[in-house]
Write a protein that binds this ligand. Structure first.
Ligand code: SAH
Ligand code: SF4
Length: 358
């Protein structure tokens, strides 16, 4: 059933420790019922910070001339994927700035094929490489990627315009989500919470957008101002507690409203609170994306201020991770892709509709 906007606004407006605890508890019950309490891990490779876009909020936007740009080589990326296999993470996420040039497209295709080969198809691959043409999405899907993350950032078109230069287009980004679905990907999107100018009603509309677009996976996190962006003036007034609560509330309300989608507990939560990741799981998220990028590149991938784990190697992180997850009474879905249950429901529904039409 389509969620009711008034109910969403009410839930998103929850305040006070007790009320928030009750909201997270409710979301957790729904998570247990629909997706269980196994956390699925995706090793995150931040493949390159070269980006042709200039989103006003982002620390690696093309207009930031103080960033040392890098691109990880095929060999290094393959080594990182192998590390995921050793850690028994079921999947990897390949993320980078947006590029549409041919060498880049071919490089990704080669990397996806290589990871599939080296892991004997064991590692699932999610891509997060921005807006592309249909044939590019198709090429990468055929190479072996099966999930794609493309955040809409906000479903409010006016706010989207305010956050981006004039040549960044909401309709184009939305159409990309449709193209991804057409190719057969499990489609992930998401928004930032606490954006300048964003209201609670906007967030409620975002959830309705996820519902209407039949989204399979969500990656959402608090907006954190970065010193080398037009939003640097917000650094002084940034309130980490408010921002954390809004991020957690959004996860909880999405879980309550959408039930069987995969929801990631994102690094941005951890950037503003040392236990942000666990709090995200307790508020309804069921996916974690441990950063496995070689530490020598991490300083170059600062989308926002205070990104954690700059010097923490993947091995150190892995040692800590288990402890933290077991401590909140959850298990880890090692060696599993942990696909979105919503995706299979949507596919089966389509199949049964086709059968009844025949
Ligand atoms: N270039 C790709 C993927 C990398 S950016 C793309 O844009 O889709 C991944 C996400 O980082 C973005 O979707 C955005 O939601 C998030 N992000 C960027 N700047 C941020 C900031 N200042 N605070 C929080 N999240 C940010
Ligand atoms: Fe580039 Fe993505 Fe950052 Fe926008 S959000 S500037 S597309 S890396």
């Amino acid at each position: 059933m389509r969620p009711d906007k008034k109910d969403l606004i009410e839930l998103l407006s929850t305040r006070g420790e007790e009320n928030l605890a009750a909201l997270y508890k409710k979301a957790y019950e729904i998570k247990k019922k629909y997706v269980g309490t196994s956390v699925y891990l995706r090793g995150l490779i931040e493949l390159s910070n070269i980006c042709s876009k200039n989103c006003y909020y982002c620390g690696i936007r093309s207009g930031n001339k103080e960033v040392n740009r890098y691109q990880i080589s095929l060999e290094e990326a393959i080594e990182e994927a192998k590390l995921c296999l050793d850690f028994h993470y079921g999947s990897i996420v390949i993320q980078a700035g947006e590029r549409e040039d041919k060498p880049w497209i071919e490089f990704i295709t080669k990397l996806v094929k290589s990871v599939k080969e080296l892991s004997d198809n064991q590692l699932g691959i999610t891509l997060s490489l921005g807006e592309q043409e249909l044939d590019v999405y198709q090429q990468w899907f055929e190479a072996g990627a099966h999930r794609y993350l493309l955040r809409i950032e906000t479903s409010n078109r006016k706010l989207y315009q305010d956050l981006h230069p004039a040549d960044h287009n909401f309709e184009h980004r939305l159409n990309c989500l449709h193209l991804l679905r057409q190719c057969g990907y499990q489609v992930g999107t998401g928004v930032m919470t606490g954006l300048p100018g964003q209201t609670i009603e906007d967030l409620a509309n975002d959830i309705l957008f996820f519902y209407d677009e039949n989204i399979d996976m969500l990656g959402m996190g608090p907006f954190i101002p970065h010193h080398n962006t037009p939003f640097k003036y917000l650094i002084d007034s940034f309130n980490p507690i408010e921002s954390l609560n809004m991020g957690l509330k959004m996860i909880a309300v999405c879980r309550i409203a959408l039930k069987d989608v995969n929801i990631a507990s994102t690094t941005a939560l951890q950037a503003i609170h040392p236990e942000g990741r666990e709090l995200g799981l307790k508020a309804g998220a069921n996916v974690l994306m441990p950063n496995i990028t070689d530490t020598k590149y991490r300083a170059g991938y600062q989308l926002y201020e205070g990104k954690p784990g700059l010097n923490e190697t993947a091995i150190q992180f892995q040692n800590e991770l288990e402890k933290h997850i077991y401590a909140i009474g959850e298990t880890i879905g090692y060696d599993q892709w942990g696909d979105s249950k919503h995706f299979f429901k949507r596919i089966n529904k389509r199949k049964s509709e086709a059968n009844t039409e025949n």
